[in-house]
Design a protein around this ligand. Structure first.
Ligand code: GAL
Length: 666
């Protein structure tokens, strides 16, 4: 498959979701004039427009969309045209009550919001294919069309009879016979042995703890089911015009029953929606992590280098802990460019114009309820100009010597009930390792297990609970090729079915790490264990027996007093570290700096002050993001593409500002 991208003229994509179906034509014209003023070149249209496109079954109303696409084209703006299948109209739900989703508690949901469908229900799939097909027939060759955007944020689940039947079919394909399923799910426990496929169901609400193998497979099955809902639309769209790329926007978070790395093979562009769940510096750390995750999916998940795009982000406000926070001036631009620095093909907002009503009437928008004479619109216009100055800088690969492994299924398995502690969080642990490196100024890749590790000197496994034989082999090959390894608690404890690897933890990596873990001692939320050499451990601790490894830091106090907390095992010239607790942020930063340093990985821009994020790309660009409220001098020589300033040995990046330097040898 070729790499298809929604840009062809060297420009970065810039725009957002636009909902002309909510407005009369005079507002469309005003919007398009404002888009031009802001430098917008791509808008996502039609995401939730099903009831406006098919007001009655089989009766289509395309006149408005014809006019919208023609208007965009006349103004040099391209369209990411959505299939509207994330929001079936009320008529659909009334006609096909069996296609309404059922919760694990057995409650059938009714129409009234969005996403009220079961992706395994034949009626839903037929209707979704049918609307995609008519859109393809009408618009596949429209000159405004740049990208097909299928659906919106696949992620809802269901437990209806259609789903149960599909789950059984999927399990039959995976296991072949019931013996294999019984073995994988360890159904000898609690008398769960299945003697007939009819007994096997989805994990409905049940009396006490559910079977971990069943829960895990249900997630995998549902990811595949949603993927097939996507691919059947994609195939129709592709058939109508193979040159137009097709994607769907990913919603991030391990509550989503979607294995985005696997899905990367099926999209032409990995598209993510990113809304930090925090304000302040946490938001920039989350931004860097999300961007690196997306880059990893695009580069490694796809099996070919695919582009990636920030498909949704908030122009001004984000919701955190039930409250709306307004981004201070400069943050939106800086965070948008942080995504571009890490390889995004552009910046897209949710949403262009704030709706006058509806559930998301107060959601962030470029054109707010106050209109366009606003700070956010002016900042969006400045960002458009900045992106214009970066035209010709095709999304480049990022230089990184560390790779952090990230795997959806490990995240799902750690969330299962019956774990030694609640709140275990593989993505959170991956983000914590990334954050520690981010503060150390070291750029990391985030990769799915099995990804090629070319250029990776240090591989980090952060609570990567599941280890298939293939994953174990991947880690071994890295170490035996001289790569360094850092493994944190709970990694490699179970196989791909969530069955424990016996003989002492972490069963998959004991020999590489030179340790054997005998017992877990999970910590309370507010508990901290002092470590020798300074710092503390949180969340987790365990009884570690060295078996070849040296102790770098021990627990100081409590039941594990004097026992190893962090160990290092020499394998040839490489080191295999084991970290049996979550070090506090400073300790983790120092630890990862040391582990990276021993692996020969240094900060991306040595000498960049604290608070300045530096990302260096293979295309010779160095992005410098000043997250502080003071001007910062950075040692660099080259041309700042954003201001045209030349730097000869150093450049001052303004408070909250960004520089994109085409470096020259100093
Ligand atoms: C996204 C979703 C959008 C909108 C937005 C609000 O996850 O795709 O449709 O709901 O969140 O934050």
């Amino acid at each position: 498959m070729t790499t298809k991208a929604p840009w062809s003229d060297g420009r970065l994509c810039y725009g957002g979701d636009w909902n002309p179906e909510q407005w009369p034509p005079e507002v469309w014209r005003e919007d398009v004039a404002l888009m031009r003023a802001a430098g917008v070149n791509l808008v996502t249209v039609g995401v939730f427009a099903w009831s406006r496109l098919e007001p009655e079954p089989g009766r289509h109303t395309f006149d408005w969309l014809d006019r919208v696409l023609d208007l965009l084209h006349a103004n040099g703006i391209r369209a990411a045209l959505a299939t509207p299948t994330a929001s079936p109209p009320p008529w659909f739900s009334l006609r096909h009550p069996d296609a309404l989703p059922v919760t694990a508690d057995g409650v059938r949901l009714t129409h009234g919001s969005r996403d009220t469908y079961c992706a395994a229900a034949p009626a839903y799939r037929d209707a979704a294919r049918s609307i995609a097909e008519v859109l393809a027939a009408r618009y596949a060759h429209h000159p405004a069309l740049a990208l097909w955007h299928v659906h919106n944020e696949y992620g809802t689940t269901c437990h209806c009879p259609h789903t149960e039947a599909a789950f059984r079919r999927w399990l039959t394909g995976r296991y072949g016979d019931l013996d294999a399923l019984n073995d994988a799910w360890v159904t000898s426990f609690w008398s769960q042995h299945y003697s007939d496929w009819a007994q096997v169901g989805t994990p409905h609400a049940t009396q006490y703890l559910a079977n971990p193998g069943q829960l895990l497979d249900f997630r995998r099955f549902w990811s595949d089911t949603l993927l097939s809902a996507y691919t059947e639309q994609r195939d129709l769209l592709r058939a109508a015009n193979p040159s137009v790329p097709v994607t769907t926007n990913y919603v991030l978070g391990d509550w989503v029953p979607v294995d985005h790395a696997r899905w990367a093979r099926e999209v032409d562009v990995v598209a993510i929606d990113h809304y930090p769940s925090a304000v302040g510096s946490d938001a920039q750390e989350q931004t860097a992590f999300a961007a690196d995750v997306a880059r990893g999916w695009a580069r490694h998940g796809a099996g070919r280098p695919a582009p990636w795009l920030l498909a949704e982000s908030a122009p001004n406000q984000i919701h955190v802990a039930g409250r709306m926070h307004t981004k201070e001036p400069g943050r939106m631009t800086r965070h948008s460019l942080a995504h571009v620095a890490r390889g995004s093909a552009g910046v897209m907002f949710f949403q262009w114009r704030a709706p006058a009503g509806g559930a998301e009437r107060f959601h962030s928008a470029v054109v707010s309820h106050a209109g366009a004479d606003t700070r956010v619109f002016r900042e969006a216009t400045d960002l458009g100009a900045a992106l214009g100055r970066l035209a010709g800088t095709a999304p480049g690969r990022v230089e990184a010597g560390v790779a952090i492994a990230y795997d959806a299924a490990s995240g799902w398995a750690l969330r299962h009930p019956g774990m030694p502690r609640a709140g275990l969080d593989h993505p959170g642990e991956a983000a914590a390792a990334h954050r520690a490196l981010w503060h150390a100024g070291v750029t990391a890749d985030v990769v799915p297990p099995g990804a090629p590790l070319d250029g990776c000197r240090l591989l980090v496994l952060p609570a990567l609970y599941l280890a298939s034989d293939a994953t174990v082999d991947w880690v071994r090959r890295h170490v035996h090729a001289g790569g360094h390894l850092l493994v944190t608690w709970l990694s490699g404890v179970a196989d791909e079915h969530a069955r424990i690897r016996l003989g002492g933890y972490p069963g998959a990596y004991r020999d590489l790490l030179g340790v054997r873990v005998e017992e877990f001692h999970p910590l309370a939320d507010d508990e901290h264990v002092p470590l020798t050499g300074g710092g503390t451990g949180r969340i987790w601790s365990e009884t570690v027996h060295p078996a070849g490894a040296e102790t770098i830091s021990a627990y100081a106090g409590g039941v594990l007093d004097g026992r190893p907390a962090i160990t290092r095992h020499r394998i040839g010239d490489a080191c295999a570290w084991y970290v049996s607790t979550r070090p506090d942020d400073d300790t983790y930063r120092r630890l990862l700096t040391e582990a990276a340093g021993l692996a020969g990985v240094t900060p991306t821009c040595p000498g960049a002050p604290e608070g300045v994020e530096a990302v260096r790309r293979h295309d010779g660009l160095l992005y410098l993001l000043n997250h502080t409220d003071r001007p910062q001098r950075v040692p660099v020589t080259g041309l700042d593409l954003l201001t045209g300033a030349t730097a000869d040995g150093s450049l001052t990046v303004p408070p909250g500002g960004v520089a994109v330097v085409r470096e020259e040898p100093s």
